[in-house]
Design a protein around this ligand. Structure first.
Ligand SMILES: Cc1cc2nc3c(=O)[nH]c(=O)nc-3n(C[C@H](O)[C@H](O)[C@H](O)COP(=O)(O)OP(=O)(O)OC[C@H]3O[C@@H](n4cnc5c(N)ncnc54)[C@H](O)[C@@H]3O)c2cc1C
Length: 402
């Protein structure tokens, strides 16, 4: 037995790092380590996202997402300001393309207002074009405080804070087993064994697998949804000033293909949402048979697929066809041409699905003896990370008597 800790965090993404930071803030001197399987922190969802600081428009009032997004955004902006990490309130326009979308736009406005989104305003075509000169549509919601940031930089700053407070970040440590003992837990990472009093799992795309190593497997499973982006070629970047989003389809937690100016000055368009054939399958052709098998044999996925196969096929078509993707974008900005789109990055969402085939909407946590689990932390968990971290730290302090 080489290493002993009070708390081990599994997962060096933004949620695990924020939780470790919050714990060390609350309990100075805690013997804590973060185990990350990759050679570097932040290599999965944290490093493959749109970089948007969400203002809290979309989430059911009273939900964890609504509460933690608002609180987390404020905390993250303060953290970024303290650590010299640039962010910008470039604002977001949610655009209704037709009269039929207006009731959904109205419902979104009511949600945003119930969630206390600052400065939210419904705007007509003239004001829309003053904000985004090239956009078309009948009406829009303007959220001026929605922002952009680079979450990799936030993760690096969190890692520095953790190290500065005596915590350890151990990379290249893939957790393969968790064995409870009367006084704590043995965590195996390949040939290494760690003894700790308590564990907090923030393993993103593998969170269900970590839960299955304890008695918290439960009835939800992660289904990986890839989202690919194009970038606008430099000559077309002037078409987008800030963030332009469609009115979301309330059946899905995904926000629809959008235009995102990044903090580095690029413009991303995407992400779409297609089933990934590997948990970390960033390319269309990536496939890990064990991952795919686990997805297709999951009753919840099969129910989901039966219900939404048409939408799924449409997304797949746009994924393979650049002209179809460009045509979708041109509904918002008619000047966009297929040749304006350059290949861009992609990300894979860790989306929990229940046995009935529902996409789990809210952030979800779970527990087993000596272990706390983050079971579902999709978007806006990067925005909300410091608030999720605070909440998990409080839960850990109470449950584990830290
Ligand atoms: C395409 C896309 C766009 C998004 N856009 C936004 C956005 O604009 N704004 C926003 O707020 N959110 C956005 N999100 C969501 C956000 O990125 C995630 O909610 C957030 O990054 C989740 O962080 P995490 O730490 O839980 O997961 P991750 O960043 O995936 O970290 C989990 C970590 O656990 C590690 N791990 C897994 N298994 C093991 C193991 N067995 N042993 C050791 N380590 C392990 C992984 O290697 C990984 O580093 C987006 C997500 C995607 C995919």
């Amino acid at each position: 037995m080489e290493d002993r800790y009070d708390v081990l965090l599994i997962g060096g993404g933004i949620v695990g790092l924020a939780t470790a930071y919050r714990l060390l803030e609350r309990v100075p001197g805690l013997a804590l380590a973060v185990l990350e399987k990759e050679p570097e922190i932040g290599q999965h969802q944290t490093g493959h996202n749109s970089g948007v600081l969400h203002a809290g428009l979309y989430y059911a009032p009273g939900s964890r997402k609504a509460r933690l997004c608002r609180e987390g955004k404020a905390a993250l902006e303060a953290f970024a300001a303290d650590h010299g990490i640039p962010f910008e309130h470039c604002g977001k326009l949610v655009v209704a393309l037709s009269e039929e979308e207006l009731p959904r736009l109205q419902a979104l406005k009511e949600r945003g207002m119930a969630n206390g989104v600052e400065g939210l305003e419904e705007v007509g075509p003239e004001r829309m074009r003053a904000i985004e000169p090239y956009v078309t549509g009948v009406r829009a919601l303007w959220s001026p405080k929605t922002g952009i940031i680079d979450y990799r930089r936030v993760a690096c700053a969190l890692a520095q804070e953790i190290a500065g407070r005596g915590g350890r970040i151990l990379t290249g440590q893939r957790v393969t087993g968790i064995t409870p003992r009367a006084d704590g837990v043995v965590v195996r990472a390949g040939p290494r064994e760690f003894f700790c009093r308590n564990v907090i799992s923030c393993a993103g795309l593998h969170s269900d697998r970590i839960a299955a190593m304890t008695d918290a497997a439960g009835a939800i499973q992660i289904v990986p949804f890839r989202g690919s982006y194009y970038t606008l070629r430099p000559q077309a970047r002037h078409l987008v000033r800030g963030l332009i989003y469609p009115v979301p389809d309330p059946r899905f937690p995904f926000l629809g293909v959008h235009f995102t100016r990044t903090i580095n000055g690029e413009v991303l368009v995407g992400p779409n949402a297609v089933l990934a054939f590997a948990r970390e399958g960033y390319r269309r052709t990536d496939c890990v048979l064990a991952d795919l098998w686990q997805t297709v044999t999951f009753a919840g996925f099969r129910r989901l697929a039966r219900r939404h196969w048409r939408t799924g096929l449409m997304e797949l078509w746009r994924d393979w066809s650049k002209p179809a993707f460009a045509a979708e974008l041109a509904r918002f900005i008619p000047q966009i041409r297929p040749e304006d789109l350059l290949p861009g990055p992609s990300g894979v969402r860790a989306q929990a699905v229940d046995m009935e085939g529902n996409l789990v909407d809210d952030f979800a946590f779970g527990e087993s003896p000596h272990v706390l689990h983050v079971r579902n932390a999709p978007s806006p968990a990067a925005t909300a990370s410091l608030a999720i971290g605070r909440e998990l730290a409080e839960m850990a302090i109470a449950r584990f008597s830290l």
